[in-house]
Design a protein around this ligand. Structure first.
Ligand code: ADP
Ligand code: MG
Length: 142
């Protein structure tokens, strides 16, 4: 068992479609626990900082603007192998390539408005969790 924590974001498209519960239910069914959560609206500066690793990609400006279109739910998921497990439940970035039964295959509209974000490595998970949460806001249930 490797208990990990990862950052998950329910993106503006899924929030506006009232799919928060549907998405969290999928994490919980897979054994992941929500140990921190809040809803917020990103500023342009915060969205640019969060996606800084993508700043040279052609889709960067569109991605930042999309993340500003409405509130998001940010959460920390905890559980065995949480980083890879979350990515598996999310599905591939492009919903057209996502495996059947994944969040993105079932709920996402496009490669940009793709319902969820999930950390892709232990290093990034740590940075991304610290970006949104202080240690006192995380309620470990490991
Ligand atoms: P993932 O979210 O699966 O980790 P990436 O880290 O590669 O994917 O990209 C971050 C986000 O940028 C994606 O979730 C998606 O919203 C957006 N994105 C990625 N590739 C494209 C693209 N080719 N066109 C538009 N938006 C994209
Ligand atoms: Mg990514």
């Amino acid at each position: 068992m490797t208990i990990e924590r990862t950052l998950s974001i329910v993106k503006p498209d899924a929030v506006s479609k009232n799919q928060i519960g549907e998405i969290i239910h999928r994490f919980e069914r897979a054994g992941l626990k929500v140990v921190a959560a809040k809803m917020l609206r990103l500023s342009k500066e915060r969205a640019e900082a969060f996606y800084d690793i993508h700043k040279n990609r052609p889709f960067f400006n569109d991605l930042v603007n999309f993340m500003l279109t409405g509130p998001v739910l940010v959460q920390v998921l905890e559980g065995d192998n949480a980083i890879a497990k979350n990515r598996e439940i999310m599905g591939a970035t492009n919903p057209k390539d996502a495996a059947p039964g994944t969040i993105r295959a079932d709920l996402a509209e496009s490669i940009e408005a793709n319902a969820v974000h999930g950390s892709d490595s232990p290093e990034n998970a740590k940075v991304e969790i610290n970006f949104f949460f202080t240690p006192a806001e995380i309620y470990s249930r490991a």
